[in-house]
Design a protein around this ligand. Structure first.
Ligand code: ZN
Length: 367
């Protein structure tokens, strides 16, 4: 079987690495940064500390959990006004996704709307991404999830332009993440690894990253949830999320993520909880179509079967207070949810592209 694997992002990993941001940027020849950090990090001083390390006082934080294209226009204008030659994006998926999008808008001069609905040129300011949660993997993927609040559209945009120049992964940045967010981001990362493994485009390199990612994530998620200050658990979670990102960056995700978009948009579930919602279900369903590979994956993690691995995911969801029934999320129309999930493009990357009827039957069990 032929395949290729490439990963353009330079990775710097280690506790305290954020302090080297200025040095890292200078090593690339960069001089002036615009820092993009969410409001929480602006308020708790982390954004200011990183801006200081990056040698700038330009911080943009006027955006929410689902970054809007209007915020991208505002930030791109600031980047041009201060003649920024790179973007430092600090935060969870939202800040990093926005930073990558702003980098293209600022460099090309195109409006965010033009980019969101049109082609994305392979041209942007370099981005240095610092994740503050262990989950999205956005620091090593070419994906940016953006929203157009005016028209009610949210979508993942994929482009080589959305690869950061460097990812600086400092597990210390995750020490203050609250337990529930630790759990949802952790299950998002577990979903990235599992989906990279079972999706149609998987390859031996992504498989190896996925197996190692799962080992770290399953081994540390309880410890990180129980005691957020456990730096060894946080380090394993950060490394696991990074490896999961490296696994799915070239393969993309599949059924679980296809369903996560309608679940987030329709019922307000945070991304990680929306992924966790169907992860155990698809693990059981997909293992009927590729029992050999998924049993082998489960065994690498110390589980007797794919079903036993699904049981472990259910246990984590229950322990951490995630919703797991249609009633709990307020969904009464199974057929319409199933239709939206079935037509999502990522469903085609699943080991089997389930029909709306198959999904409706499966979701019927989530009562
Ligand atoms: Zn995800």
């Amino acid at each position: 079987m032929g395949f290729s694997y490439s990963q353009p992002v330079k990775i710097f990993f280690g506790a305290g690495e954020r302090g080297r941001i200025g040095e890292i940027a200078a090593s690339f020849g960069h001089k002036r940064a615009l820092v993009i950090a969410d409001g929480f990090l602006a308020a708790n001083g982390v954004a200011g500390e990183i801006a200081k390390c990056a040698g700038t006082d330009a911080v943009f934080s006027a955006f929410g959990a689902d970054p809007d294209i209007s915020a991208a226009d505002d930030a791109a204008k600031i980047a041009r006004d201060i003649a920024a030659d790179h973007i430092v994006a600090v935060g969870g998926g939202s800040a990093i996704d926005l930073g990558k999008f702003v980098a293209v808008a600022a460099k090309t001069g195109k409006s965010a709307e033009e980019l969101f609905y049109g082609d994305i040129p392979e041209d942007g300011l370099p981005v240095i991404a610092l994740p503050t949660t262990a989950g999205t993997g956005s620091e090593v993927t070419g994906v940016s999830v953006m929203s157009d609040g005016k028209r009610g559209v949210k979508k993942p945009l994929s482009s080589p332009a959305f690869f950061a120049e460097a990812a600086v992964v400092d597990p210390k940045l995750t020490l203050t993440v609250p337990p529930f967010v630790t759990a949802t981001c952790g299950l998002d990362a577990i979903a990235h690894a599992v989906e990279a493994y079972w999706c149609r485009r998987h390859n031996p390199v992504s498989d190896a990253f996925a197996e190692k990612a799962l080992k770290l994530l399953f081994g540390a998620i309880d410890r990180a949830y129980d005691d957020g200050s456990d730096i060894s658990a946080r380090t394993d979670m950060s490394m696991g999320a990074l490896l999961a990102g490296l696994a799915f960056a070239p393969t993309r995700t599949a059924a679980v993520h296809a369903c996560s978009y309608p679940l987030s948009e329709g019922f307000g579930l945070p991304h990680g909880e929306a992924c966790a919602f169907t992860l155990d279900l698809f693990l059981r369903m997909n293992s009927r179509f590729d029992a050999e590979r998924l049993t082998a994956l489960a065994k690498t993690q110390g589980f007797a079967s794919a079903d036993a691995m699904a049981d472990e995911i259910v246990r984590i969801k229950k322990k951490t207070g995630m919703r797991s029934t249609l009633k709990a999320i307020g969904c009464a129309d199974i057929a319409s949810l199933a239709r939206e999930c079935a037509v999502h493009p990522l469903m085609q990357n699943n080991i089997r592209a389930y029909s709306a009827e198959e999904l409706a039957e499966a979701f019927g069990g989530l009562d």
